[in-house]
Design a protein around this ligand. Sequence first.
Ligand SMILES: *[C@@H]1O[C@H](CO)[C@@H](O)[C@H](O)[C@H]1NC(C)=O
Ligand SMILES: *[C@@H]1O[C@H](CO)[C@@H](O)[C@H](O)[C@H]1NC(C)=O
Ligand SMILES: *[C@@H]1O[C@H](CO)[C@@H](O)[C@H](O)[C@H]1NC(C)=O
Ligand SMILES: *[C@@H]1O[C@H](CO)[C@@H](O)[C@H](O)[C@H]1NC(C)=O
Ligand SMILES: *[C@@H]1O[C@H](CO)[C@@H](O)[C@H](O)[C@H]1NC(C)=O
Ligand SMILES: *[C@@H]1O[C@H](CO)[C@@H](O)[C@H](O)[C@H]1NC(C)=O
Ligand SMILES: *[C@@H]1O[C@H](CO)[C@@H](O)[C@H](O)[C@H]1NC(C)=O
Ligand SMILES: *[C@@H]1O[C@H](CO)[C@@H](O)[C@H](O)[C@H]1NC(C)=O
Ligand SMILES: *[C@@H]1O[C@H](CO)[C@@H](O)[C@H](O)[C@H]1NC(C)=O
Ligand SMILES: *[C@@H]1O[C@H](CO)[C@@H](O)[C@H](O)[C@H]1NC(C)=O
Ligand SMILES: *[C@@H]1O[C@H](CO)[C@@H](O)[C@H](O)[C@H]1NC(C)=O
Ligand SMILES: *[C@@H]1O[C@H](CO)[C@@H](O)[C@H](O)[C@H]1NC(C)=O
Length: 731
Amino acid sequence: MYRLGYQLLSLLCLALASPQVKGIVERVDSCDTPTTQHLSAPPYENYFYSDCNAANQVVVTSPLSSSNLTLIGPRLLVAWPAGDSGVVSYFSPKNGVNGSLAIELVGDQPLSPIYTPANSSSLTGEPVVGISTSINFNSSAMLDLAIMGSIRTIRDFTEGPSLLHPEIQDAVNFSSISNGGALLSRLWLDNKTIVSMSFVPEAGSAAVNISNRTLELGAGTYQFNASFDYPQLTQLSASEVLNPESQDLIQQQAGKTTSLSFLSYRHKLLAGAWRFLTYFGRDSMITLLLMQPVFSEGPDGAIEAVIGSVLERLNKTDGKVCHEETIGDYATYENQLKNITSNAPSCTYIMVDSDYYLQPVMQNYFLDTATGRSRRQAFFSQEATLDFGNAGLKYGDLAVRNAEKVMRSAKAFAQPGGQKIHNLVHLVKGQIVGDWRDSTYGIGGGRQPYDVNTALVPAALRAISQLSAAGFYPQHANWSAEAAAYAQIWEDNTLQFFEVTRSVSEAKSLVTNYTNTVGAGFPSHVDDIESDVVFHGLSLNGYDNLKVVEVMNSDDCFRHYLLNTTNQTQLTAFVNQTANNVRLPFPVGLSTDVGMLIANPAYGGEPVYAANWTHNAYQGTVVWGWPLAMMAAGLQRQLYRCNSSEVPDFCNDSSVYSNVIAAYNQLWNVIDDNKQYLSNEVWSWQYRDNSFQFVQLGDLPPPPGSSYTESDIRQLWSLSFLAVTRDESLK
Ligand SMILES: *[C@@H]1O[C@H](CO)[C@@H](O)[C@H](O)[C@H]1NC(C)=O
Ligand SMILES: *[C@@H]1O[C@H](CO)[C@@H](O)[C@H](O)[C@H]1NC(C)=O
Ligand SMILES: *[C@@H]1O[C@H](CO)[C@@H](O)[C@H](O)[C@H]1NC(C)=O
Ligand SMILES: *[C@@H]1O[C@H](CO)[C@@H](O)[C@H](O)[C@H]1NC(C)=O
Ligand SMILES: *[C@@H]1O[C@H](CO)[C@@H](O)[C@H](O)[C@H]1NC(C)=O
Ligand SMILES: *[C@@H]1O[C@H](CO)[C@@H](O)[C@H](O)[C@H]1NC(C)=O
Ligand SMILES: *[C@@H]1O[C@H](CO)[C@@H](O)[C@H](O)[C@H]1NC(C)=O
Ligand SMILES: *[C@@H]1O[C@H](CO)[C@@H](O)[C@H](O)[C@H]1NC(C)=O
Ligand SMILES: *[C@@H]1O[C@H](CO)[C@@H](O)[C@H](O)[C@H]1NC(C)=O
Ligand SMILES: *[C@@H]1O[C@H](CO)[C@@H](O)[C@H](O)[C@H]1NC(C)=O
Ligand SMILES: *[C@@H]1O[C@H](CO)[C@@H](O)[C@H](O)[C@H]1NC(C)=O
Ligand SMILES: *[C@@H]1O[C@H](CO)[C@@H](O)[C@H](O)[C@H]1NC(C)=O
């Protein structure tokens, strides 16, 4: 079966040599201590190489005998965080028999760096950086397609699906070079940056033949180089991302901390490798919410990198948070589509959830930590410097725009008699996605998402109230009380719109029918349904006239992690239903051998549920790493309230309390059973030999109407298990 493991080839010497030095975070300035990592997830082999000049990821895909050859072909991809850039080559066997060509990098530590200082002929004035390696072909191969420039251009092809942009493709130049090699190079749309890759035969291999914009390579080994001359980011080493108290993790969890470093830079954290190798607002802030206890503080640390990156990219007019930045070659491309000649980056503001994470992360650092409190003045008087339209504006002025946005959007619902669906926060007009379940049918076309309305809005309001009480936002003198009053109304009056209840007999019949409809071989477990099944739907006003999109899901975790609600009747029922749904086996609940599923459509009843939330859909009946962490941490926070000065009622209801304890431990047992997968972005399952077994999402053909999705081998927020750990005393 699929084996996923990591092999750590080398680590920062300094970090290894002196993990005990607390309080001193030194910088390794020498390039003779690269950080490398090899992560194997057949048919994908991932190699990472970073040094002080550049960071590189190489992904080699070579089909397995079990691979679906329509989806998986031989592919060599290089991804660079700088400019969200990359190159990819698609190969096919010269004999035309799919599956007969295998490719691999040669050697245990196959990557070496390319670094050439800029000379007078350079148009960017930047050094040429990249990687060099040896690649072996088991039989003669054709390089049929090369895409060179932006990761976004590559994703347009892989996920578009198959979109190619002539203005980018036609600019690739093919030329012969010495020693029988071939060079492919392309001038970016900025007319300055040059990206290139080359194949040169090593001893015994045939010269590369160029024919009609394809390459022909013989069986054997070729030296492969890929490089570009573009301004690079400053990477944070593992020891720089982590705070002094957490330096031991560098040895204890070397694989995760190496990956974290690869995704962490002085001015932003990147969402994932390789598909999301750039700033994403939600990903950065969910990660910070979960990982603050281990993240470095202060002006050069990870926490301020995240908060600063969000403020730099805020829409100053309406206070919305940037979801995804568009930078590098793709920025010029998008500008060109608008008939604008410019390399200026831009942002998309299509999400609604992202707007509500900023105030809580500000509170957690600038109010709740000593360093944060001491940094407040200096941080918020900084001026934005990046080219997202805010240059020269103070961070403090940007923060207030976002707080004003939150207060504006929360007001109507908080008015007397205002607790109506139309006053809830809804997706941006014309957008079909708006929260983390951002695939076409992720929340079933609903307009009002569950997580945003029942958790994120009130959490942002609570944070504004606290920040205001501490002297933030002096221009809004009454916000401390006003935001708290709004928060109370949002906390107490939103769950009911999403609540779904099924009687025992309805629940049993729905689950039986769903099990038969899916026909994947798993048992229905209907005997586990002993009382009404209660859950909260993904959204309201979905496609197919669904008033509530009645899919059981994992998004209860937001409320548990972000809020300490006070309506005791409601809280007791809410923690209890979460505990049931987390604890019970799918398709009764969310639990499987490979982790808690993020969605279970069994109780919907309409055929569209079983048809749309499937095990091959990005946000279907699949497992994501970070919701496991947020659910575990959220249940833990609620359980900790039982030892606080204001003990919630559920703590004294022994059946509910033990139910929550059972859910917490059962969830951790499953997390512990799946340690080797937790840092992945998303994964799926196949039911075999009486259990749910791990399958990569990219091994499954996509559902109709959706494009093929391969999971990132590492996702920033999936690394949160570095900070989220089991409390063994909660037994
Ligand atoms: C062979 O591979 C190509 C490229 O991956 C793919 O388009 C084609 O569908 C495959 N053919 C078969 C019969 O699987
Ligand atoms: C300048 O650098 C480029 C890229 O490394 C190289 O191809 C070229 O030969 C160099 N030119 C000179 C004059 O050194
Ligand atoms: C690059 O050069 C082309 C051709 O001269 C020109 O049309 C285009 O506007 C230039 N692009 C930029 C971003 O300067
Ligand atoms: C060159 O490739 C193009 C596109 O793949 C194809 O349409 C054309 O027929 C090829 N020309 C020759 C001479 O093979
Ligand atoms: C910022 O928000 C304003 C008001 O909603 C909008 O008109 C503008 O287009 C937004 N800016 C960007 C860059 O999206
Ligand atoms: C860009 O210019 C072209 C040619 O003048 C025109 O056809 C197109 O509509 C313009 N696009 C936009 C977005 O303005
Ligand atoms: C389910 O998916 C189909 C496309 O396959 C789409 O037309 C429909 O709107 C979706 N319904 C929901 C509730 O997601
Ligand atoms: C608490 O919640 C319950 C159930 O949702 C509701 O019936 C009750 O009115 C609420 N109590 C207060 C004080 O808001
Ligand atoms: C908690 O869930 C259990 C199991 O479904 C159920 O029997 C019990 O009535 C629930 N308790 C409360 C207070 O909701
Ligand atoms: C069972 O499920 C199928 C497919 O979802 C649906 O067409 C059918 O109406 C359901 N039957 C019952 C009795 O719920
Ligand atoms: C809720 O209370 C728990 C236990 O006292 C605490 O750990 C947690 O930080 C609180 N959460 C919020 C959002 O205040
Ligand atoms: C392989 O993938 C194709 C394209 O998605 C799909 O149509 C086909 O059913 C898949 N084959 C198998 C055996 O899963």
